[in-house]
Design a protein around this ligand. Structure first.
Ligand code: ZN
Length: 133
């Protein structure tokens, strides 16, 4: 798979309300979108930094993926998302190389992007997401 850039960094936070002003101040840019992604059980907030975004992730359910992450590890970097031409094709290619997947095919994520995750057990501990328009 050919990645073109880091599309976004996903950062788990306890509270968007508390974190947004901090990141607005740190990055010198306003949060431009807040969106709930129901099937991921998160609320997301986005900042644009060059061609890369910062995606803050607040859990809406303690049993959801971010709820569990916060419980186990606390706030911090949750995943790295690489932009690819076609997320489903990139997932298939990764699988053909023997990488474990969380998503066999891409699904709709925040901002209408097609997204899919590799499993961290085969990615040296980093949760990797592929992202395409
Ligand atoms: Zn993401």
């Amino acid at each position: 798979m050919k990645t073109t850039h880091i599309e976004h960094l996903g950062i788990a936070v306890k509270s968007l309300e508390e974190s947004i002003p901090y990141y607005e101040n740190l990055l010198g840019t306003k949060c431009y979108n807040i969106e709930e992604v129901k099937d991921q059980r998160v609320r997301t907030a986005f900042f644009q930094v060059g061609q890369t975004k910062i995606e803050l992730l607040e859990s809406t359910d303690p049993e959801g993926p971010i709820g569990k992450f916060l419980e186990k590890k606390g706030e911090g970097i949750h995943h790295v998302a690489f932009a690819v031409e076609n997320a489903s094709e990139a997932l298939a290619e990764a699988e053909s190389q023997g990488l474990a997947l969380i998503d066999k095919v891409s699904r709709k994520g925040a901002e209408g992007m097609n997204i899919g995750f590799l499993h961290p057990k085969s990615t040296h501990g980093v949760l990797i997401e592929f992202c395409s328009k």
